[in-house]
Design a protein around this ligand. Sequence first.
Ligand code: CO8
Length: 262
Amino acid sequence: MDAHDAAQDVLVETPAPGVGLVRLNRPQVLNALRGQLMEELLTALQRLDADPAIGALVITGNERAFSAGADIREMTEASVTSMVRRGMTDRWARLRAIRKPLIAAVSGHCLGGGCELAMNCDIIVASESARFGQPEINIGVIPGAGGTQRLTHAVGKSLAMEMVLNDRRLSADEALRAGLVSRVAPVERYLDEAIALAAQIAARAPLAVQLGKEAVNKAYELPLSEGLAYEQKLFYILFGSEDQKEGMRAFQEKRAPVWRGE
Ligand code: CO8
């Protein structure tokens, strides 16, 4: 293994109680998503997901770039066979299998696979300098990790088409208006806001948080009648939890609930 291979492509921190933070760490190439980075990212997220002390996760880059997308150098000479063998599909499936809420804290470039990574998260918090785009058309391809699908759900067909077919980039305010992100903060504060939001969610009833995430994400997959039925089943399931009893008793006793995650 040479020094390049030994590089840490992601850094993991616990910046607040209950919060796991994963920083993409290839600033010299605007956090381009090479295979090694994706593996390290997924390993870190899976570890945090399994850690009972952690309730919510934040993925971030740096002020200049969340990520400028897949590593173009790694892909240039790729063949169909090598792309299939690379197991890209498995990696994104592993990301979707994370049960705890994932918040993307985005500043600067958020492009291509970087935008797809952010959209795979449950909530996007943007800095005022964030720029969202799917510029794959410039290099002769199209998005390959959900961009055409998730963007269309998030911002609507017309805007998604402009972004995919003509590299239209969205400013943070445009992304907020279009519904791609839920809040925009100054560059000095966006990460702190994302961490604070994660800490608030981490302090809530863990099972309800997990099932709430699952139910909202089902809205992307299911027709309304099936989604409503799915939600109802999850709602019923929560009546088998201690936390449901605790939450409703605490309300009546006018005290703060103590969640046990059971
Ligand atoms: N891959 C590899 N290297 C990159 C990438 C990238 N995506 N983006 C930037 N870099 C490198 C540059 O080559 C440069 O390196 P060097 O200093 O060695 O020349 C360094 O980062 C800094 O970049 P620039 O000098 O270009 O910085 P600028 O501020 O002038 O420009 C831009 C910033 C506009 C972001 C520009 O770098 C750019 O256009 N980058 C490419 C963006 C792009 O096309 N992204 C889409 C990639 S394809 C994709 O994501 C498909 C997703 C499929 C699934 C995902 C699988 C993980």
